[in-house]
Design a protein around this ligand. Structure first.
Ligand SMILES: Cc1cc2nc3c(=O)[nH]c(=O)nc-3n(C[C@H](O)[C@H](O)[C@H](O)COP(=O)(O)OP(=O)(O)OC[C@H]3O[C@@H](n4cnc5c(N)ncnc54)[C@H](O)[C@@H]3O)c2cc1C
Length: 469
């Protein structure tokens, strides 16, 4: 057994572990050991389907200290006019460069890839079997969010006899011609599978889409690091949510304003998992008419698909594409800072890397766990439509807490992982607006805060009435 000593033992070199370690390196002089089962950094991006791209701009993904991509605007394709989205390969190569060109040369990081962590400071190499025991000041668990992509697990339904079913990782490799395709799942991976087929000129008539739940979707043009985008988000998602009779009215108003999108205007979504699309992608998806809403798949046989609420025909000429996994499970929030243990979680909805970096800054800056936990309330990954309300409120309350902390506010203004920092850096319009807002009769910033407060009050009321039911 080899003995090691470190300040921080980080379990996992996925995006969150890397983003956390990066801020610790910039803000402290701590030493870090990073252990991961994967052979290179990047976590689940190493296993994701080859045609996946970031679902948000590269401009605010990765680690804080290193740019990802070149902040270019796409000139072609379905993301035209919006900030570039890194490919799977780019994300893996980026994290490898962070490790090889920054972390290791700092002399403060020791990296143990292809090693399984067994808890209590013990890990072993999956290749050589070498065993290690680490004495640490703090253990950082970046595995709690439990990210899983379809290629990493068997399908969550039965496949009988000769039926053809593949995880979407295998889609680019199929050489056999199929008569038709069945996409299984209603989330972002299913959307990616549908767009992949359509891009490759599969006739929409040949596609059936099994959608156990319809989902509310986010418009990617409202998740850009620009003033226009932030303004649109406020106008389309926050202002319409300031007054509503009930939950249906709340979603009705936001969806009418374009703050939330859906594939079928006549179906009320019950799912929300932060999936993003562009309006052009949504138009493409709407070309698929054959949407099956009969619950989850139970069994696929040679000629039938049995679902929770009925069955549909299938054949040996059909390719079933498994997109049914729960890539980002909803884990209950747990205290992030607890004595010697730090459990990385989101503190802003669906912004895992931003959250991990912020947690790194809080760890480096504040002393008491109580204070750190007050600043960093977990915002669990959403799953249902009601989670949209809960997370909007939780995000806003965390924002309020951070705004009261001068050191944290300053970090937020400069962190590239915070989309708003890009606006503050570059926009003369915003600087002019912020100057004008100091003039008492204008007070623009106060009006924004008042609107946000009104929206929070409305959401609280809606959540209370749901609880009372
Ligand atoms: C298809 C897809 C697209 C996405 N797009 C975006 C996006 O555009 N923007 C965004 O913000 N988020 C996106 N996400 C969310 C994404 O999951 C996070 O951004 C981030 O990559 C999660 O990183 P992580 O470190 O939490 O998890 P992981 O990447 O899963 O990293 C955890 C690491 O821990 C290691 N590990 C686990 N257990 C052990 C053990 N016992 N011993 C050693 N090592 C262990 C694993 O090997 C893994 O490398 C996407 C997710 C998916 C599935």
């Amino acid at each position: 057994m080899k003995k090691l000593l470190t300040d921080y033992l980080v379990v996992g070199s996925g995006a969150m572990g890397m983003a956390f370690a990066d801020v610790l390196l910039s803000e402290t002089d701590a030493n870090i050991i990073i252990v991961d089962k994967h052979h290179q950094p990047g976590g689940h991006w190493n296993d994701a389907y080859p045609f996946v791209r970031l679902h948000q701009p590269s401009a605010f993904y990765g680690v804080n200290s290193r740019k990802l991509g070149s902040n270019e605007i796409d000139e072609t394709g379905l993301n035209k006019g919006l900030y570039e989205l890194a490919t799977n390969g780019e994300v893996c190569s980026y994290f490898d460069q962070v490790m090889q060109r920054q972390f290791l040369p700092s002399g403060r990081v020791k990296y143990f890839p292809s090693c399984n962590y067994n808890g209590n400071g013990l890990f072993e190499s999956l290749l050589s079997g070498a065993k290690y025991s680490v004495s640490f000041k703090k253990e950082v668990d970046s595995t709690y969010m439990d990210v899983l992509v379809p290629s990493q697990r068997p399908p969550p339904f039965e496949i009988e006899s000769n039926a053809h079913c593949v995880p979407l990782n295998e889609l680019p490799d199929i050489s056999h011609r199929y008569d038709d395709f069945v996409i299984i799942g209603g989330g972002k991976t299913a959307i990616d599978a549908a767009l992949f087929l359509l891009k490759n000129e599969v006739n929409p008539e040949q596609i059936r889409w099994i959608m156990p739940r319809d989902s509310w979707l986010l418009d990617r043009s409202q998740i850009q690091p620009t003033l226009d985008s932030i303004g649109k988000l406020f106008a389309n998602r926050i202002i319409p949510g300031t007054e509503s009779k009930d939950v249906d009215d709340f979603f009705g108003k936001i969806s009418k304003a374009g703050g939330l999108l859906r594939i079928d205007e006549n179906v009320k979504p019950t799912m929300y998992r932060c999936s993003t699309v562009t309006l052009a992608e949504l138009e493409e998806l709407k070309r698929i008419d054959k949407i099956v809403r009969k619950g989850r798949v139970k069994t696929i046989s040679d000629n039938r698909i049995v679902l929770e609420q009925g069955s549909i025909s299938s054949s040996l000429g059909t390719l079933h594409i498994d997109c049914a996994g729960d890539g980002l499970a909803k884990r209950p929030g747990t205290p992030i800072f607890k004595n010697k243990k730090i459990t990385l979680q989101s503190v802003r909805t669906c912004q895992q890397v931003f959250s991990a970096a912020l947690l790194g800054f809080v760890e480096a800056t504040y002393q008491e766990d109580k204070k750190k936990n007050e600043l960093c309330r977990p915002v669990p990954h959403p799953d249902s439509d009601i989670d949209f309300l809960k997370n909007t409120l939780a995000d806003s309350l965390n924002r309020e807490r951070w705004a009261k902390e001068p050191r944290l506010s300053k970090w937020l203004q400069t962190s590239r992982l915070n989309p708003e920092s890009h606006v503050l850096k570059g926009s003369y319009r915003l600087k002019a607006l912020s100057f004008l807002s100091k003039i008492p009769f204008l007070r623009l910033s106060n009006r924004v805060l008042e609107t946000q407060k009104k929206a929070n009050l409305n959401i609280k009321g809606l959540l209370n009435s749901l609880e009372a039911e």
